[in-house]
Design a protein around this ligand. Structure first.
Ligand code: ASP
Length: 372
């Protein structure tokens, strides 16, 4: 097997050494979903399918049997991930790290400002240059919009944006659309031509911004939006959708948004990004069983990037929907691992063939891994 080949050359004076604005691929940063067209997306999803058995330690999805073998891979043997999270994270950090570990790589990690030299006043650029010298790829989350691009500009290895403030969260949008394709596919549908309700805090929800931008590579989608007052979608994101020829309807109620939709994507109120008081009208549940029943949408595909805010009156998705057939929120979290594997493999130039020859079945005790 040839070692993953990472071109670290960097044109003098270039702000984005791996070509921001170019399509995502080998040796490129992943900063925005605008780095995907349809073929690039299809390639990534195909790779995500290829590595799904490694992510899920099982031989395939769908059969209701226990897994009979443990699929392990060492394609990233010797590679080091630098995982830098300057904002809270559970799923994104652990699934990126799990993805790298399950491909045979190793992970170094720092979380929060307190435990990094940024607490001593170190700049993003210095931090990035230093840490990228210790790693083969960086995953970075930071509270300021545009900050991960700053990291990328100073890094000597590819940087993956794991969320920059209210800006973007590209890996989440990729796993969301991967999941939506699977969920609609199981019902005989496709994302092309579908109707999707997007509800909640559309102003600050970076996963919504990335999802709606990425939808522009699909055809003929109807998007029905509902946001409470002051949390409406930024005009720029709305323009992305309409300029791609999609139909955009702004609804007055969540029930109106849900009626007739194939899927709903809902988010929590991003309280950490709201300055001042959260409007008093934002209380109760945003979506619960009775809202879905009123919209005649009890069988709709239900998606949420998580975390779900389970506190009283948090205006989020109620857990009383958890036994509905369309609940896909844990399929999203599971799919996050193989989609993030595909991101690493692409950035580090590993082909499906390289994965194949470094993958084997291990006869570990499989009883802890039930099919999902
Ligand atoms: N986990 C997602 C994010 O980091 C969604 C959220 O926090 O509400 O943006």
């Amino acid at each position: 097997m040839t070692a993953p080949d990472l071109d670290q050359s960097r044109p003098n004076g270039s702000l984005h050494p791996y070509g921001e604005g170019e399509l995502f691929g080998k040796g490129k940063h992943l900063l925005s979903v605008s780095q995907f067209d349809r073929p690039t997306l299809v390639d990534l999803f195909t790779l995500a399918d290829t590595v799904a058995p490694i992510a899920q330690r099982q031989l395939g999805r769908g059969d209701r049997q226990l897994a009979t073998g443990q699929t392990v891979c060492s394609v990233l043997d010797g590679a080091v991930l630098g995982s830098l999270f300057f904002e809270p994270s559970t799923r994104t950090r652990l699934s990126f790290e799990s993805a790298f570990l399950r491909l045979g790589g190793e992970v170094t990690t720092t979380t929060g400002f307190t435990f990094s030299s940024m607490a001593k006043g170190e700049s993003i650029e210095d931090t990035s240059r230093v840490v990228s010298g210790y790693s083969d790829v960086l995953v970075v989350r930071h509270p300021d919009e545009g900050s991960v691009a700053q990291f990328a500009a100073a890094s000597v290895v590819p940087v993956i944006n794991a969320g920059d403030g209210a800006g973007e969260h590209p890996s989440q949008a990729l796993l969301d659309l991967y999941t939506l394709e699977k969920e609609l596919g199981q019902r005989g549908g496709t994302v092309d031509g579908s109707t999707i309700a997007v509800v909640g805090d559309l102003r600050h929800g970076r996963t919504v911004h990335s999802l709606l931008k990425l939808l522009t590579v699909y055809r003929d989608v109807s998007v029905r939006l509902f946001a409470p007052e002051s949390l409406e979608l930024p005009d720029e994101t709305a323009r992305h959708l309409t300029s791609a020829g999609h139909r955009l309807t702004v609804c007055d109620t969540v029930v109106e948004a849900l009626r007739g939709a194939d899927a709903v994507y809902t988010t929590r109120v991003q309280r950490e990004r709201i300055t001042g008081e959260v409007p008093a009208s934002i209380q109760g549940n945003l979506i619960d069983r009775s809202v879905l029943a009123e919209a005649d949408a009890l069988d709709i595909v239900i998606m949420h990037p998580l975390p779900r805010d389970s506190r009283h009156d948090a205006y989020d998705l109620s857990s009383d929907v958890d036994d509905l057939p369309g609940l896909a929120i844990f399929h999203q979290t599971d799919n996050g691992v193989n989609v993030r594997m595909a991101i690493f493999l692409t950035a580090l130039g590993c082909s499906p063939e390289m994965v194949r020859v470094t993958t084997k079945q291990r006869p570990w005790d499989a009883t802890l891994h039930w099919n999902r």
